[in-house]
Design a protein around this ligand. Structure first.
Ligand code: NAD
Length: 368
């Protein structure tokens, strides 16, 4: 049987540095767990623009469509800020998401006990927190037509349209229910059915999909504004939160910050199943290219390593290895081994990006 295939796109800034640490984990899995991947690497973002004059070459796009999973570092940086909109580094990432039709964005908000002090909430509210936000990613207000800035009665008017078809809601709802079955079997769907027709349809379709195929999963509904309040009041009441593109953008950032540093946050974006039954998938840390620390060996590689753990779980059916990797990261943090972003003002010496990667490998070795 062929090895599973993985396309690595380190991108710009610290994307390059954190991806080098993921490479160590990939090598470790091959050597110590006999789990081998066909890994290829390519350019995205500013790095691709520098070579090809475009943030994503067509060949790279075609390769992304053909592999089992894509792992991306980060794109962007001040060097590219003044480029034309059409070739900005972020356009490369948006093209990947759009052409792979990655409609289901998974944003875990998990608080490692060792980092509970980093949350802006009280420790007891976040300690042990483990939420998964499933956000619709390819439709809704960010894509709906008509959109634009128009002139009416000699005055400007800005228009965006919140538009969802029932098929779009159906497929992301299924994604959330499937996710819940892998976790604690609980979904809370959030919309604004009290004031938006798209919200009424959202609630109806989610309820129908649930009744037809997922009645074993506990389903509740909440207005998104109330959901935001509950997220900061008592976040542990949630397991899977299902929501649309616009509300998901806000709710996932809110939930993520409950857990501490950007350097710890992974994400996955999934599409429809391919011929082999696996979903099209792009995994990436939530953070950007961090120009302020790029090239200084200071970045925390955990978010990218944890994104690869998500790939192990959701694309490669290697849940046990994903658990092992996540446990290794948690154990290191518990020992006080931390990059600068996770140091308290009274803390000791921060480790470098490469030292953090080495510590993860040592911890993985200790599990054998
Ligand atoms: P950023 O996430 O790059 O950085 C925000 C802050 O968090 C910085 O102080 C940075 O040093 C810190 N930080 C981020 N990741 C870290 C890590 N792994 N370890 C330690 N510290 C970390 O956001 P920004 O500064 O707003 O954006 C910088 C560039 O990245 C911009 O060009 C932006 O467009 C781009 N960006 C890309 C993505 C992406 O590729 N998905 C996401 C966000 C921003």
């Amino acid at each position: 049987m062929n090895n599973p295939s993985l396309l690595i796109l380190p991108g710009d800034g610290i994307g390059q540095e954190v991806m080098a640490e993921v490479r160590k984990v990939i090598d470790w899995l091959g050597q110590k767990r006999d789990l081998k991947f066909d890994v290829s690497e390519d350019l995205v973002g500013g790095a691709a623009y520098d070579v090809h004059g475009t943030p994503l070459h067509d060949d790279t796009m075609a390769r992304a469509q053909s592999v089992d999973a894509v792992l991306l570092g980060a794109v962007g940086g001040p060097k590219y800020d003044n480029l034309d909109f059409s070739v900005k580094p972020e356009r490369g990432l948006l093209r990947l998401r759009k052409e792979m039709d990655l409609f289901s964005n998974l944003r875990p908000a998990q608080c490692f006990d060792a980092l509970a002090d980093f949350s802006s909430l009280k420790k007891e509210l976040v300690s042990g927190l483990d939420i998964m936000i499933v956000r619709e990613l390819t439709s809704g207000s960010y894509f709906g037509e008509p959109r634009g800035i128009f002139i009416e009665d000699n005055k400007r008017v800005g228009i965006n349209t919140q538009r969802y078809t029932e098929d779009e809601i159906d497929r992301v709802a299924r994604s959330a229910f499937e996710m819940a079955r892998r976790r604690n079997n609980k979904v809370c769907s959030m919309e604004k059915a009290n004031v938006m027709e798209s919200g009424i349809l959202w609630r109806d379709v989610v309820t129908e999909v649930h009744a037809a195929d997922y009645s074993d999963v506990e389903l509740s509904h909440m207005y998104a504004d109330a959901g935001a309040m509950q997220l900061v009041r008592a976040p542990k009441q949630f397991d899977v939160i299902l929501t649309d593109n616009l509300f998901g953008d806000l709710l996932s950032d809110t939930a993520a910050m409950l857990t501490g540093s950007l350097g710890m946050l992974p994400s996955a974006s999934l599409g429809s199943p391919m011929a082999n039954g696996r979903p099209k998938a792009l995994y990436e840390p939530v953070h950007g290219s961090a120009p302020d620390i790029a090239g200084q060996n200071k970045a925390n590689p955990s978010a990218c390593v944890l994104s690869f753990a998500m790939a192990l779980r959701y694309s490669f059916d290697q849940g046990a290895e994903a658990d092992r990797l996540e446990a290794a990261v948690e154990s290191i943090l518990g020992k006080g081994i931390r990059t600068g972003d996770l140091m308290q003002s009274d803390g000791g010496k921060a480790v470098s990006c490469t030292e953090m990667g080495d510590a993860i490998i040592l911890e993985l070795n200790a599990t054998l």
